[in-house]
Design a binder for this molecule. Structure first.
Ligand SMILES: *Cc1c(COP(=O)(O)O)cnc(C)c1O
Length: 313
């Protein structure tokens, strides 16, 4: 396929003009003399939402340029990455295969039912095999030579380069801090890669993991922090671990919606907002700080909650 049509495919998928910057107002921010703007990436597309588009973009381009039949990628039952990949592939005229963590359940999750509507072909893999990437990826590559493999969560250099473009949607220079949620750390690495010398990048980790200098996250992100770029990861806002939640988190999310008409998801952006607000409360940010929060989308995952849990579903 020619480069021009690749670009066309890539630009017709989402509407980046919808990624508005929403300022948050409130007594706490006023008292602490801190400004917060939220970059609403959740609005660029109802399905190909948030950071997933940015992480996918250059992978999609590669798959098209290499004339691949489709894309093969990985995810769990409620994966934002899978649903975004499935629809983006369908729109680009590519087939897609989703390798799903765990045994096939009797009833598929709403997310997996949806990816099937976009013609993604599903394969369930036991958890122990799934996490053994060193074995499973070469095996799949051999089995599906015509498919371009995107690592879980788009975690790769191409994923980072796509995520590095997120800041271009704003007056990025004007911020002292740029913050995001963390799953694989690909988005964080991209924001760090693109950070300016006066900026601090802050990641709120949604997984429970040891806060060590040489953990898997830092190993991935650090190479992008060359030239003195500054980033800090906070590990205390996981609410029990990945995709776990507490009543406190849920009522915080309901309050945020009530105050700012801003929906969040309980896996990533709810924890991100909570963490940043908590840091503001504890005077982590100097007066005069201007913080950009990247709302990375992922609202479809809230479908896994019992009805009525959130007031805005
Ligand atoms: C996938 C996802 C993340 C995590 O992004 P990484 O690049 O894997 O760290 C954060 N927020 C939302 C809403 C997501 O869907």
């Amino acid at each position: 396929m020619k480069t021009m049509s690749v670009n066309k495919v890539i630009t017709q998928s989402v509407d980046l003009t919808k990624a508005v910057v929403q300022p948050l107002a409130g007594n706490l921010l006023h008292n602490k003399q801190v400004a917060i703007d939220v970059l609403r990436l959740d609005r660029i597309h109802p399905v190909i939402s948030g950071n997933k588009w940015f992480k996918l973009k250059y992978h999609l381009q590669e798959a098209l340029q290499q004339n691949k039949t489709g894309i093969l990628t990985f995810g769990g039952a409620w994966s934002n990455h899978l649903v975004a990949t499935a629809l983006a592939c369908q729109q680009a005229g590519l087939a897609s295969i989703g390798i799903i963590r765990g045994e096939q359940p009797l009833v598929l999750s709403a997310t997996l039912q949806e990816v099937q509507e976009y013609n993604m072909q599903l394969q369930f893999v036991p958890r122990n095999e799934y996490s053994d990437e060193a074995t499973i990826i070469p095996a799949l590559q051999e089995k599906y030579p015509d498919y371009y493999i995107v690592p879980q969560g788009g975690q790769s250099h191409l994923g980072v380069l796509g995520a590095a473009e997120i800041g271009q949607l704003t007056q990025i220079k004007s911020y002292s801090h740029v913050s995001c949620a963390i799953g694989t750390g690909t988005m964080l690495a991209g924001l760090v890669h693109a950070a300016l010398p006066h900026q601090q990048v802050i990641g709120i980790c949604s997984l429970k993991m040891p806060a060590t200098e040489n953990n898997s996250l830092n190993s991935f992100v650090k190479p992008y922090a060359a030239n003195g770029k500054q980033y800090t990861i906070f590990y205390d806002y996981h609410f029990g671990g990945y995709a776990r939640k507490t009543g406190e988190l849920i009522s915080f999310m309901n309050t945020i919606y009530q105050q700012h008409e801003m929906p969040t998801d309980f896996v990533y952006t709810g924890k991100l907002l909570f963490g940043i607000m908590h840091l503001v409360q504890n005077s982590y940010f100097e007066p005069g700080s201007r913080i950009l929060i990247v709302h990375s989308g992922g609202l479809q995952g809230n479908r896994s909650l019992p009805g009525g849990t959130l007031t805005f579903l």
